[in-house]
Design a protein around this ligand. Structure first.
Ligand code: FES
Length: 299
């Protein structure tokens, strides 16, 4: 019913139905490329078939949307097992960010899963669900940093929720974690946009506790409405790691920094917009040439 790059069909595109929006995938592009071309944000990260963040079910088979090109109209399904959890803390962090504490008794967590993401929904029969990265884990308790979007159904429900309210979450997934290093890193840089700063600093803190490194934080949101949230997190981080350098940059400035700084043996922890991730993807060769590594997550 579907297959790779069937060029015999005369049809110029196929209708793809998904909970994130419906779109047309052309014959010469992958499902993910078709979605992004029409501004449908299917979950994804690496785009090269390694992170599995774009995994979907089609007629019961699993495919990676960044690698798969359909030759028929299809529906993308996202099956998952839901676990009950309860909200045990809601705290405002800056203007648009809330800290959400969850208690999830039926999931076995370990601290290595900090940085991974969970899917979260208030009603597992409905399609409204969002992915949120785990900023902290303390046994069965999780902390998320959630950006409130004016039309974001899940984020607004979270902001208005009460202590003890029941929700549903998936098992943690994803590859946003520190790699196994062949050589000790000399520098760690967290580069983040918006609510990605919380989880980026969690990984930078882990790096600092393992290795004697010089930490650097680059905020790409500080001049905007999320500035207070970033200031708060960065000032807490600097209390623990006083030698930390921090900068506020836009995407072009980050690009110039990457090209001019030539950090060697560094670890770049990147969590932000697809644009920020694309920048690091484009500079991957340069970064790897200087024996540095990148850990990336996008939202
Ligand atoms: S495997 Fe498809 S985006 Fe990473």
């Amino acid at each position: 019913m579907f297959g790779l790059f069937n060029r015999k069909k005369e049809k110029k595109g196929f209708n793809i139905t998904s909970r994130y929006g419906n779109f047309i995938q052309k014959e010469n592009e992958t499902v993910l490329e078709g979605a992004l071309r029409q501004n449908i944000l299917l979950p994804h990260n690496c785009r090269v078939g390694t992170c599995r963040r774009c995994e979907v079910f089609i007629n019961g088979s699993t495919v990676l949307a960044c690698q798969f090109s359909s030759d028929s109209d299809i529906t993308l399904e996202y099956n998952k097992q839901w676990h009950k959890a309860n909200i045990d803390n809601i705290t405002q962090l800056g203007n648009d960010i809330i800290k959400v504490g969850l208690f999830a008794p039926s999931i076995e967590f370990d601290e290595e899963q900090e940085g991974q993401y969970i899917d979260l929904t208030f009603d597992k029969q409905k399609s409204s669900q969002r992915k949120y990265s785990i900023v902290n884990i303390n046994e069965k308790h999780l902390i998320l940093h959630v950006k409130k979007h004016p039309r974001g159904e899940v984020s607004n429900l979270l902001a208005d929720s009460r202590h003890g309210q029941e929700i549903f979450i998936s098992q943690p997934q994803g590859e946003f974690r520190l790699p196994n290093f062949n050589t000790t890193p000399s520098t760690g840089l967290a580069i983040a946009t918006g609510s990605g700063m919380g989880v980026a600093l969690t990984l930078l803190d882990k790096l600092c506790s393992k290795y004697l490194i010089n930490p650097t934080i680059i905020s790409t949101s500080r001049k905007k409405s999320l500035g207070k949230y970033h200031d708060l997190l960065i000032s807490d981080f600097k209390k623990k790691h006083p030698i930390t350098k921090d900068y506020c940059m836009n995407i072009d400035e980050v690009n110039n920094y990457l090209k001019s700084s030539q950090e060697s043996n560094a670890t770049y922890i990147v969590c932000g917009t697809p644009e920020l991730n694309q920048l690091f993807f484009d500079n991957r060769v340069l970064i790897e040439k200087s024996r540095s590594s990148i850990v990336q997550e996008s939202f």
